[in-house]
Design a protein around this ligand. Sequence first.
Ligand code: AMP
Length: 301
Amino acid sequence: MSNLIIVGSVALDSVKTPFGSVKDALGGAATYSSYAASFFAKPSIVGVVGSDFSRQHLQLLQQRGINTDGVEIRKTGNTFRWEGYYEYDLNEAKTVRTELGVFADFEPKLPESYRNAEYVFLANIDPELQLNVIRRMKKPKLVLLDTMNYWISNKKQQLLEVIGKVDVLLLNDSEARQLFETPNLVKAAAAALKLGPKYVIVKKGEHGALLFSDGSHFSAPGYPLESIKDPTGCGDSFAGALIGYIAGKSSNSEKDLRKAIIYGSVIASFNAEDFSLERMKRLTMAEIEKRYSEFEMIREF
Ligand code: AMP
């Protein structure tokens, strides 16, 4: 039985930063987040790829213990491609092109064994599809939701509806301001909590993340990274590590959620050290624990 399922894009990314570039490298929200989660749990992913998708990419995920039965492999059509670049402000990705390919009519197909999962991460996809996945789950203990500005601009009502059905909402600061039409993140988080989620996490790029719940607040620092090469997938690896940690512990306590946010920050900071999944591929548990301890020290005063 799958304990954690992750639904989202599996992609081939072409990325340029001031420190190098890659073409058609493995990427996508489900890819980054499941790989990050695999340090703590055994995730299963739901996505779609085209006939051009290398088997080796799927094997890479499978070797990490990630179940890929939910990845539909289409016989025709191309895998979703994203092309983007970053300037010296690495917090902002500039999109050059998105070629949806087989992702254009993606309908998440949940194998029967996935429907009992207790933990669910709905990465950035159409909120109507996110809603369909929630409806098909039997009795999840915790659903984490991510989104992006495109859906805030184009499907706001559907997005607000799905937010009302999840336990934890994840947004970056500009999305929180846009969605709740306020420059004030505290007000935005309060508005989000009113819709139903128990927790709202606001990511602030390299500056850390804020956790809001009714009556409490936690602030995770950013890690002062010296060698950033490519921030692509940091948001997704943050989310994946976070839900992976929670699923691995099978705990919904706020204390564990706070720890999960720090593990999310740790994995995301490593992810930025190289292109695609390269840094996570050579990451060890010992390195993760060492950086986790450094985070504890950063926060001490
Ligand atoms: P982030 O964690 O925000 O840096 O997410 C980066 C990943 O999101 C990249 O690997 C892209 O392939 C993927 N991505 C970019 N645009 C979209 C989109 N419109 N829908 C789904 N995934 C996307």
